[in-house]
Ligand binder design. Sequence first.
Ligand code: ZN
Ligand code: ZN
Length: 83
Amino acid sequence: MKTYRRHSCTRTHRTYRTMAQCIWPRAVWIIGNGEFASVAWCRALTIQLHHTLEAAEEAKAAIDSTGCGGACRGDHEIVRLAL
Ligand SMILES: [Zn+2]
Ligand SMILES: [Zn+2]
């Protein structure tokens, strides 16, 4: 699992949500909060944040089986954010 810590900004993010918005400015939507992100890199980049790895794995399993949207390529991964 990738961990994102440093990225190209010098601001200090107080929440995982604002950090995610900074890392993925092209995301169509970012929902939830927490350090574990299930990221869908399909036609629309979408991010779900979770407080636990288990919840992130469940969310990824759900979109792996049903698709994350209209043009799903199955390109999903879990990323951990470190504030
Ligand atoms: Zn940032
Ligand atoms: Zn997808």
